[in-house]
Every structure is written in structure tokens, then in C-alpha cells.
Design a protein. Structure first.
Length: 110
């Protein structure tokens, strides 16, 4: 299992996700989403798994602007340029992904 957790340092759900995998002794790769962002390939894989609209954090500053962008390509570009608009944690396991704290789904990955 190759788990990646994209999160924000001050996100409580990101910390809970990290603790979930640590308690089960599952090795993870933690990525600071604000500092490093996501590659186009990673973003595309997550988008295909969960859907574009599920990636947008409605509580983030500027999220309402992304919601009003008409074209999907424009939304994707904005989210890649400004990764703090993404809802966290984003947990990837190959082509599978979740957004938010989803221990029920992660248990099926084990």
C-alpha cells in the first residue's frame, strides 16, 4: 500500500488521518499541500476518484470565486495555482482517493 496524505499543517482532520494510519503502522507520505501543492497527474487522479466539486473547500478564502468559474479547465487551473482552496486531507492510494476524514473507506484499503 502506498498512501499519500496531502494536508495543511493546521488542519485537524489532516492530523486525525495521519494518526489513523500511524496507529495501524501503515507507512504514509505526508505532503504539505500549501507549501508543495499537487502535480497535474496527482490532481487528475484524485479528481477522477472523487469529482472536481468535492475537492473545493467551501470554507477557504476565495472558494466562492472557484465555484463561479464556468469552465472545468478554469476551475482546475485555479485549484492547481492556489492549493489552499482544496479540502483536506486528500488521501491517495494509487488510483483510489478520499477527501476529508474517511476511516470507513481507508479500512477497506488495508
Amino acid at each position: 500500500m502506498n498512501i499519500q496524505i496531502f494536508g495543511k499543517k493546521k488542519c485537524f482532520d489532516t492530523k486525525k488521518a495521519e494518526r489513523y494510519f500511524k496507529e495501524r503502522r501503515i507507512k504514509v507520505q505526508n505532503i504539505d499541500l500549501v507549501r508543495y501543492g499537487m502535480s497535474r497527474g496527482e490532481f487528475g487522479s484524485v479528481k477522477n476518484a472523487v469529482g472536481l466539486d468535492n475537492l473545493i473547500d467551501p470554507a477557504a478564502d476565495g472558494a466562492e470565486l472557484v465555484a463561479y468559474l464556468a469552465h472545468t479547465a478554469d476551475k482546475e487551473e485555479k485549484l492547481l495555482e492556489e492549493p489552499w482552496l482544496l479540502k483536506t486531507p486528500i488521501v491517495r492510494n494509487g488510483k483510489q482517493a478520499t477527501v476529508g476524514y474517511c476511516p470507513d473507506v481507508w479500512a477497506k484499503w488495508e
